[in-house]
Design a protein around this ligand. Structure first.
Ligand SMILES: C[S@@+](CC[C@H](N)C(=O)[O-])C[C@H]1O[C@@H](n2cnc3c(N)ncnc32)[C@H](O)[C@@H]1O
Length: 292
């Protein structure tokens, strides 16, 4: 019988995923195999001829089956990468998306133009990806990150600890700004960032199986037009922003115009911009509060 080496397994799983229509079949195969063998991806290539034992083969087989049923690879491995940072994820939190890195970039750019300590609020933090990426790249930022899901915040807490940011990121549970405890928490920020749920009722029905069946609905769905949470943030943001502070929101690719109108209606902001992602879709709304 032929031995199952790393090389042979990688080729087999890649071919299997290609037939099943799994996204990025080679990368997905590498991620599952490196998880099962507790190796870095690069080590798979330096140990191509290593034989894989029966127990590991059984584990890989189970994960490949589940991936074939559209279970996201990040949930199977329990890990993902965001802004070049390793983060833990479970089905209790949404898997961070590459588009959200644009929001982080805008946030970092803004914070780097400002001297002194910067207070940042990351609403809807999920696994903590935005807060952690900002904290890692802006040494002068202190961050309060909130989420309505205790389970998601548990994952965020693990990630904050893993990146040794416990002294700069505080996690609070609650409905948007309601998480703050009056008198105890900072409640005037230099920057509020948020990647809220923004999927509409019609879009939710059409989501891919790997999203709809596995990621938390509360992280995705935001009412009939997908703007429920944006609307509530726009209504309340003024009270929590310092003069000259900024609000930055991720938006759905059809929502740019509607969000711009929502922000304009507040009368709070001077510069309102909708930035596109590399695919030319509306992605980030930025707004700077008028000075007085
Ligand atoms: C789209 S996910 C974003 C997670 C993470 N910030 C990211 O970019 O990957 C939205 C998050 O908002 C949280 N959420 C939903 N409704 C909320 C509310 N009313 N108040 C606070 N958080 C809420 C969900 O639990 C979920 O973690």
């Amino acid at each position: 019988m032929q031995t199952w080496t790393i090389q042979r397994l990688l080729n087999w799983v890649t071919e299997h995923f290609t037939k099943k229509g799994i996204d990025s079949p080679r990368l997905s195969a590498e991620l599952l195999l490196s998880c099962v063998l507790a190796m870095k991806r690069i080590e798979l290539y330096t140990q191509f001829d290593k034989a894989v034992d029966k127990q590991q083969l059984d584990r890989l087989h189970e994960l490949v089956e589940r991936a074939g049923q559209n279970e996201p690879i990040a949930y199977l491995t329990g890990k993902t990468e965001f802004y070049s940072l390793q983060l833990d994820v479970t089905p209790d939190c949404m898997i961070p998306r590459p588009e959200t890195e644009l929001l982080v970039e805008r946030a970092i750019e803004f914070l780097r133009t400002r001297p002194g300590k910067q207070f940042v609020c990351d609403l809807c933090t999920g696994c903590g990806c935005i807060a952690i990426a900002i904290a890692k790249n802006c040494a002068n930022a202190d961050i309060i990150a909130t989420d309505i899901s205790d389970a998601a915040l548990n994952i965020a807490a693990g990630n904050v600890e893993k990146h040794q940011l416990g002294d700069r990121i505080r996690l609070l549970c609650g409905d948007l700004f309601d998480a703050f405890v009056p008198q105890l928490d900072v409640d005037k920020f230099d920057l509020i960032v948020c990647n809220p749920p923004y999927v509409s009722a019609a879009e939710f029905e059409k989501l891919d199986k790997n999203i709809k069946d596995y990621e938390p609905k509360s992280a995705l769905f935001a009412g009939a037009d997908g703007l429920d949470i944006h609307r509530r943030i726009c209504e309340k943001a003024d009270r929590f922003l310092k003069p000259d502070a900024a609000l930055m929101l991720e938006v759905g690719f059809t929502q740019g115009k509607a969000i711009k109108e929502l922000l304009e209606q507040t009368g709070t902001f001077a510069e309102i911009k909708i930035k596109k992602d590399p695919n030319g879709n509306d992605r980030i709304a930025t707004a700077v509060k008028v000075s007085s």
